[in-house]
Design a protein around this ligand. Structure first.
Ligand code: MN
Length: 146
């Protein structure tokens, strides 16, 4: 089975490495971009199954990147998930207003992330009527990090 492709847009190299490592271990194919502009290019060249998007980016921010992705670059069935700062309620409100399909909180929970991603992917395939079975990549369930 072809690994699902996750485009991670994150400007902080340490966060990017962490997320990439966790998702690769969980069996995903990770495409990394360090700015919104790079993310747009990557989505065009190498269409992902899901996008994980930091909101605070140099150049165009995550919200603007989402807006441009939705203008024909990315299928509307591909979920775009915001990465929001834990304490910033404002960030989360902005994310839902901007049309993100959901959010995960920073700091990223290494334990919870694969399950969170899987849930967003399953939601997307239900929405398009494709019954795709969740991969058995990890034994972790999607317990919420505290
Ligand atoms: Mn950032």
């Amino acid at each position: 089975m072809t690994p699902r492709r996750i485009l991670v847009v994150e400007d902080n190299p340490l966060n990017l490495k962490l997320v990439r490592d966790v998702l690769q271990v969980a069996g995903y194919h990770v495409i990394a971009a360090q700015s919104g502009e790079d993310g747009l290019r990557a989505a065009q060249e190498d269409p992902p199954d899901l996008v994980l998007m930091d909101l605070q980016l140099p150049g165009i921010d995550g919200t603007e990147t989402l807006r441009r992705l939705r203008q024909g670059i990315l299928s509307r069935h591909v979920p775009v998930v915001a990465v929001t700062a834990f304490a910033m309620v404002e960030d989360r409100e902005r994310a839902s207003l901007a049309g993100f399909d959901g959010y995960v909180e920073k700091p990223i929970s290494v334990r919870a992330l694969p399950g969170q991603i899987e849930a967003f992917l399953s939601g997307a395939s239900e929405a398009t009527g494709q019954a795709s079975r969740a991969s058995e990549a990890t034994g972790e369930t999607s317990r919420r990090g505290q």
